[in-house]
Design a protein around this ligand. Structure first.
Ligand code: PLP
Length: 442
């Protein structure tokens, strides 16, 4: 299915919802009769390689989803979809709930939520361990000593999580490719321990916001394991690309992580919001937020074996976001999704070529996926003017960043771009540069 047809089918889905509501009084029960665990045997073990028809998926709505209504179908589909997607990403089996270990996946709303939850889990795990080892410490003593690590390129959501969780955070300097390296982490841990602090968490980024750089998780991971530091991987944008064998090596080292997250709404065709997150140890995330008021006790006697996603996130209520993944994975199929990502990256490379061939410009990042950072050779002021000129008419929109104090423009390919739109964007930018350079006061 191409992305256009996907939108047309969306309209059909609205009809289905209206029909469903009208059928409620007639032949639907208000409470499902299925037993927990009913759904997994009704579905294949993995996402389809080839696209399936819309009609097939819709008939499965009646066969698979409707008997479980929103609950437990929403939870059970989420568990299975996260396993499908985890397999497509070739995540280590410890992250998959079907493997029977302690791991599993959940759909968070955003990458910021995933970072917050992973830090909370790490904080709880460390404080519990310290509380056991040193029970006589005054309240809050351990908390005041915790230190989290991020690179100077990590997203602001890491700092915000640390503010909410009242822990200090230390930014490690990245190398010349904007990558966080093991040597800087070792240095920081040594210093912090000497100062009586307790390193407990590291957020590594695969595909940083500013330049789509990749932290060296093969170096960072073993250090975190040795030191008992929780390693979270934030791959908000880049994560979708790891379903392609060509880009999967960028995820090597994920085996050292405790949690991993990316935004399927950024580059995998799911609408906002849909941020799949996996943890190796579900008990760490669940224990960090478990509060059980009597009005939320399960009526099922199997409550011990039920995944209860309210413990995996801040809010109690949840959306049926796994349906998005179910539709996207089945209607496109893994092969088509790989093709779309490869074609997007090829478009970014084409844009990079346009920039490189124009001597007035320079490319300011290493283009690995769909983000091209570029600037006019010249002052930050000049590039600020270029950005304003490009964005003024609302035909295209470019966002800026600073890379080592260099003001830089960012062009990113996401879901649904075409070669024509990329060419148009370049010609537009180039014409604005010509106007600006011939009349700098513009
Ligand atoms: N992490 C990275 C690397 C990002 O690039 C972004 C946003 O662009 C985020 C986190 C925050 O994303 P969200 O809006 O899903 O919280």
């Amino acid at each position: 299915m191409d992305p256009k047809e996907f939108c047309i089918r969306g309209k059909q889905m609205v009809d289905y919802i209206v029909d469903y509501r009208e059928s409620l009084d007639k032949h639907r029960k208000v409470f499902p009769e299925v037993k927990p665990g009913y759904l997994r045997p009704l579905l294949p073990d993995a996402a389809p390689e080839e696209a399936e028809s819309f009609e097939d998926v819709m008939s499965d709505m009646e066969r698979v989803i409707m008997p479980g209504a929103s609950c437990p179908a929403a939870t059970e589909l989420e568990i299975v979809m996260l396993d499908w997607l985890g397999k497509a990403l070739q995540l280590p089996v410890e992250f998959l709930s079907g493997s029977g270990g302690g791991g599993g996946g959940v759909i968070q709303r955003t990458a910021s939520d995933a970072t917050l939850m992973s830090m909370l889990s790490a904080r709880h795990k460390t404080l519990t361990k310290l509380g056991r080892e040193q029970p006589n410490q005054v309240d809050g003593k351990h908390l005041s000593k915790l230190v989290a690590y991020m690179s100077d390129q990590a997203h602001s959501s890491v700092e915000r999580a640390a503010i909410i969780e009242a822990v200090r955070v230390r930014k490690l300097p990245s190398d010349e490719k904007f990558s966080m390296r093991g040597v800087e982490l070792e240095k920081a841990i040594k210093q912090d321990k000497e100062n009586g602090l307790i390193p407990f968490y590291l957020c590594a980024t695969l595909g940083t916001t500013s330049s789509c750089a990749f932290d060296n998780i093969l170096e960072l991971g073993p250090i975190c394991q040795r030191e008992g530091i929780w390693m979270h991987i934030d791959a908000a944008y880049a994560g979708s690309a790891f379903i392609c064998p060509e880009f999967r090596p960028l995820l090597n080292g994920v085996e050292f992580a405790d949690s991993f997250d990316f935004n399927a709404h950024k580059w995998m065709g799911a609408t906002f919001d849909c941020s799949p997150m996996w943890v190796k140890s579900r008990k760490d995330i669940v224990n960090s937020l478990k509060v059980e008021p009597p009005y939320l006790k399960h009526i099922h006697s199997e409550s011990d074996i039920i995944t209860d996603y309210r413990h995996w996130q801040i809010s109690l209520g949840r959306k049926f976001s796994s349906l998005k993944l179910w539709f996207v994975l089945r209607l496109f199929g893994i092969k088509k999704m790989q093709e779309l990502i490869l074609s997007d990256v090829a478009m970014a490379r084409e844009f990079e070529e346009f920039v490189r061939k124009d001597e007035r410009f320079e490319v300011t990042n290493e283009v690995k996926l769909g983000l091209v950072c570029f600037a006019l050779k010249g002052s930050n002021e000049l590039n600020r003017h270029l950005l304003e000129a490009v964005n003024r008419e609302g035909k295209i929109h470019i966002t800026p960043t600073e890379l080592r104090s260099k003001y830089t423009l960012r062009f990113v390919i996401c879901w649904g771009n075409t070669r024509e739109s990329v060419r148009f964007a370049w010609e537009y930018i180039s014409s604005k540069a010509t106007a600006l350079l011939s009349s700098p006061s513009e």
